[in-house]
Design a protein around this ligand. Sequence first.
Ligand code: CP3
Length: 351
Amino acid sequence: TALPAAHPLASGRTAQSPLVRALRGDRPETLPVWFMRQAGRSLPEYRELRVGTQMLDACLDPELSSEITLQPVRRHRVDAGIFFSDIVVPVKLAGVGVEIVPGRGPVLDAPLRTRDDIARLEPLDPAALQPIAEGVERTVQELGETPLIGFAGAPFTLAAYLVEGGPSKDHIRARTLMHADPETWDALMTWAADTTGAFLRAQVLAGASAAQLFDSWVGSLSLSDYTRLVAPYSARALSHIDGLDVPRIHFGVGSGEVLAAMRDVGTDAVGVDWRIPLDEASRRLGGRTVVQGNIDPALLQAPWSVLEAHVRDVVERGRAAPAHVLNLGHGVNPDTDPTVLTRIVELAHTL
Ligand code: CP3
């Protein structure tokens, strides 16, 4: 398959956008900027719209998911929307009992720990992804020349939630399982790769002009465990969009040790957290990979003069890479003043 002819990228609508150009290794006149978690609780219009609707129900309502995706694009004039959804949406659509508990994150009805728990996982019926495709279609119609980023959780980050049953600090049970029972680990990670891969594919086919794989919790892994027991499944997840020519971004938190290995699963750009400066990240990537990041989200709460100096420094260091997409080093905190985000966009567009 190729992208449908009417797809925003295939039809040329988003092909010259600063985001797509930068992800393809170019330096467009304006530095593209967007923010992880740009849609969400930092926006009063989001909080208002979400009243009375559970997080995952909002994700499965195409009208709501589309409107919430558009809110930060209208407000901040960022260079991309990111589809409002969650990494556990495809897990839920495959029949696993999971909810998102406000202030905590994804929590399962029951953790999946034994061989039998994992053998009972069902494949995701592609028809269940219809509300996602519809949400994306509505969104890209409104976005026009602004690209939409589709995303999915990487298999390891999903497995960390599935095995632990919820958020955890070091993902100890998941990391034990990969060594204690490699066969069960393989079954779990294969299921996670195909489930999350189908979710990503649905967004790309429906109109996303870029795809970001979030391996948020990759920082708890050694390089050798990552390379042997995790990376092959991330590659498998991405293989679901093989042949669909959209640029790919791969992001993790605490990923300094595994940056190049994350690039090597088959992505065009690497998202860097706030712990290593972009010139150092670029050095670790051999100077040949587009980088995305890495404003420290903590500085969003600092006085503007401090934040501005930091943003300028991030942009300066980003020049070490072939191209740069400005972003945070992780998501927007709910207590961030959204006017600060707008100001960063204005600044980035003058640099
Ligand atoms: O604006 C965007 O970035 C798009 C939407 C998006 C959400 N989750 C919405 C959301 C994206 C890309 C995600 C991905 C996601 N979800 C990741 C990877 C990115 C990252 O932050 O590392 C992870 C690890 C999750 C799991 C998850 N879901 C967490 C940790 C939380 C936060 C819990 C909390 O309340 O602090 C969620 C819930 C969630 N996902 C919210 C949003 C806007 C908050 C829910 C709410 O508003 O009630």
